[in-house]
Structures are given as C-alpha cells and as structure tokens.
Write a protein that binds this ligand. Structure first.
Ligand SMILES: [Zn+2]
Length: 325
C-alpha cells in the first residue's frame, strides 16, 4: 500500500473525462501531475482525440500517411504540460509502446494504471503490445508502474525499478543559450554547426526555443534509442509488432517532448529536420498550437519511418509549411 493518495485523485480526474473522448470505440484518458518551474502543482487531464487542426481538415477515418489522425491521451497530456520532469501520470488503460517512449523521454518517474484497464477488452486490444514492449520500455528507463484500484484506494506495484537503478542518458539534447534575438541567420548558423556533428545517416533536428523568461536557446538533438534500451535489442520483440513499433525516438518527437520536459517553448518558424519525419510525429506536432514551418535538407533524406505522404497531406491542408534548404 502506497500512502500518497494523490494518484487516486488524479486517476479519478482521468476517469471523469474518459467518456468525453471523441473516439467512437477506443476511449482512453490520462492525467499528468507534477510541479512546474514556479514550484506550483499542476494536474492536466486529456482523452485521446483528434487535434483541432486535424479535425478541421480531415475526416475521422482518414489516415495521415500510415498513421491514424488521433493523438493519444498520454502524449496529449505531455504536450499540454508546463514541465514534465519528475511528474507522474495516471492512465485509464495500459499504454502503447509509442506513449511509453514519450513517457520516458518526458522524464516522468511513475505511471499508474487503472485496474479496470486490464479487464475491459485489454487482451484483445492492447495486451500484446503492452506486455511485449511498453512494459520493457518503461522498465529499462527505471520508471515505476503501479495499478490503482480506486474504490478500495489501493495502489499496488506492477513493476518497481531495482534500488539505485538509473540508466544513463547517453545522448542528451544540447540546449545552448543564445544571447541574441531569433533570426534566420542565427538559426542557419546552428543548423550548419549541427551538420558538422552528425553523419549523413543520423536523423537530427535543430530548433530555437524560449524558456519561461523569454531567454533564447538552440536545441540540437538526434534520434536515439529509448533510455536504457541497448543497441543490440531486436527492433521489436514479436514479429507482428515490427510494422508498428520500434525502440527509437525520432528527432521531431524528441524535440516536442524535450521542450515540455525542460519547460521551453519551441519557436514555430525555426525548426530544422535532417530527414522527413514519420506520420506519428507529424500528428503529435498537430497537437501543438500555431502553424509551424519545418525546414528540411534539400536532399529530402528519408528513414524507414519517414512519411512523405503525411507531410504532403498536412502541407496541402495548410497545417504546416515545408521549406527545403
Ligand atoms: Zn499511446
């Protein structure tokens, strides 16, 4: 038994809104709680949903590249949070491997799952992905997972990291203060510097961001394996998962999650990507406010996860601008 009842209160918040999910068959919600950089406690609850921008331009059953147009509840919470480092998250259902990676990347320290999430149609729907991949992703990162039985106010561990287990972050983003105002010249300077760091096959991104005081930074980072996952791991543990999931966190997702982890705001007009992003990354980007301009290398590099189709659909709908430099 866990003494702290805050996760139960947060789980109630998540459960309270779950039926408001616009998804006709899979209604999921999450509540993220933590402390922002001013020292104030926050709690944010979200359901899975179509981002407003997607809703305005596409129908619910339209695919964006090879991805559904919905943003998952867990990821929606992270993208709405002021500062996610050391926060905790409550989820109504066992989470998918993509959200597991985002939870790790956000620096979240504990995940609470409603026990009813394991009953429903769990085994048919998500059990396989969860047991084979999601659990491993959070376990390797040293995140604790609990099950919450709300009516009895019980919180019981599903998976607790071993005492002192802390995987090192072998590829942290470089966040550099810039003593200037944002400009294209400054941005391109940062992009050129990054091109000298990474080899041509490594997907990376560069962006300008502001902290909560309005100070300017550049953020440079590359794709990497989720924290604690070894390069020798097979891409997905079960054959059927390989089409859908992998252990790599692509750069645009890392950038968005990383900004929330550190309490920064990415500037919409200063995002460079060395490779075309995946459909999933672009959908998550649609969960952010504003209309972003994405700058790409003019050679239009691709990874096996790139979705030029998703990028084309979103640029044609006027939701994002793509420039090749
Ligand atoms: Zn998910």
């Amino acid at each position: 038994m866990h003494d702290d009842l805050l996760p139960i209160a947060a789980m109630e918040r998540a459960v309270d809104i779950v039926l408001s999910s616009p998804h006709p068959t899979s209604k999921v919600s999450a509540a993220l709680f933590g402390r922002d950089l001013n020292g104030d406690d926050y709690i944010i609850a979200r359901t899975n949903r179509w981002p407003e921008r997607i809703e305005q331009c596409f129908t619910q059953d339209e695919r964006i590249g090879n991805s559904s147009g919905t943003i998952h509840a867990e990821t929606a919470c992270i993208l709405a949070a002021p500062y996610t480092k050391d926060a905790s998250i409550c989820v109504t259902d066992p989470f998918c491997p993509n959200c597991a990676k985002n939870i790790v990347e956000a620096g979240i320290k504990a995940v609470y799952i409603d026990h009813k999430g394991f009953i429903k149609d769990f085994a048919a729907r998500r059990g396989h992905d969860f047991e084979n991949m999601s659990l491993k992703i959070v376990e390797r990162a040293g995140i604790a997972i609990f099950e919450v039985i709300r009516k009895d106010k019980i919180i019981q561990p599903i998976q607790i990291p071993k005492e002192g287990y802390r995987p090192k972050s072998d590829n942290p983003p470089t966040i550099k203060p810039l003593e200037q105002s944002p400009s294209m010249a400054l941005f391109l300077n940062e992009v050129n510097a990054a091109k000298n760091i990474y080899d041509a096959d490594t997907p990376f991104c560069v962006a300008l961001s502001e902290d909560r005081h309005g100070a300017l930074y550049s953020i440079t980072l590359s794709a990497h394996l989720s924290r604690g996952i070894k390069g020798s791991e097979p891409e997905a543990p079960a054959h059927q998962l390989e089409q859908k999931y992998n252990y790599t966190i692509p750069p645009l997702n890392r950038l968005m999650i990383g900004a929330h982890k550190y309490g920064h705001r990415v500037l919409d007009d200063y995002i460079y990507l060395s490779h075309i992003p995946s459909g999933r990354e672009l959908i998550n980007l649609m969960g952010e406010e504003g209309q972003q301009t994405l700058y790409f290398d003019k050679s239009k590099n691709m990874t096996k996860y790139s979705s030029p189709k998703a990028l084309m659909q979103l640029t044609q709908a006027g939701l994002v601008k793509a420039e090749y430099i």
